[in-house]
Design a protein around this ligand. Structure first.
Ligand SMILES: *Cc1c(COP(=O)(O)O)cnc(C)c1O
Length: 223
């Protein structure tokens, strides 16, 4: 596995060179993360709190840790002191817990709201109605330690490129719509996290600012 070569191939293929690359290193050993680090990667994505906790002390201080998976409320406290960006915030309850742990850790915690854009029932995320309800909740207006930096979404797992494009486009439209609203100061919508190894080029065409790429860099995962 030549990680440096894989990274070069992936980066060369980018339609938008400004788009940020998050190297998704879940299930992979620290030795491989170090290879990616030596090739210039500083942003790493993991989907399990335990795994971030294990890898964090073994990697250089300037690594930015992205929590990309479903996050359980009772585990927020373990990553609150150092996590760079939580991509998968999918409920108001979780956001309230992040606020609480941010206050304890005395730091603002940047997050993305995960929107449900896929056809599958199983994918996590807010739907438009849930998002609207949260935005209107008086308690929502009070956040001081949460910073909402944008939106995240995962497209349907399908070969149908039109379907994927349609879902990404829908997310981008919602993003633009939200940005044009009168939002509280802690909502600074700059980032649109969409695209993985199989669909990052479509995602970039549709306006992604951040792609989360695992297998195209580190190879297939054995679970
Ligand atoms: C695993 C994962 C990725 C990366 O998937 P690849 O197909 O290996 O690029 C991206 N986003 C999330 C949320 C993931 O869980």
């Amino acid at each position: 596995m030549d990680i440096k070569a894989n990274l070069e191939t992936v980066k060369k293929s980018f339609i938008n060179p400004q788009c940020q690359l998050i190297a998704v290193s879940k299930t992979k050993p620290v030795s491989l993360l170090k290879e990616a680090y030596d090739a210039g990667i500083r942003d790493f994505g993991e989907n399990k709190v335990q795994e971030i906790q294990d890898k964090h002390p073994q990697m250089p201080e300037d690594v930015r840790w992205h929590m990309i998976g479903h996050l359980q409320r009772n585990k927020v406290k373990y990553i609150a002191p150092f996590v760079h960006l939580i991509h998968g915030v999918d409920s108001f309850k979780l956001l309230k817990e992040i606020e609480k742990q941010g206050k304890k850790a005395e730091r603002k915690i940047p997050v993305l709201l995960q929107m449900h854009i896929a056809e599958e029932e199983s994918k996590f995320g807010f739907d438009r109605k849930e998002l609207q309800e949260m935005l209107e909740d008086p308690e929502f207006q009070q956040f001081q330690y949460v910073v909402i930096r944008g939106l995240m979404g995962m497209a349907t797992f399908t070969e149908n490129k039109d379907q994927i494009r349609k879902e990404f486009r829908g997310l981008k439209n919602l993003f633009t719509e939200l940005k044009n609203r009168d939002l509280p100061g802690f909502m600074q919508l700059e980032e649109l996290s969409m695209g993985m190894s199989g669909d990052y080029l479509i995602a970039q065409e549709e306006g992604s600012t951040m792609v989360r790429i695992g297998s195209a860099i580190f190879g297939a995962r054995n679970y």
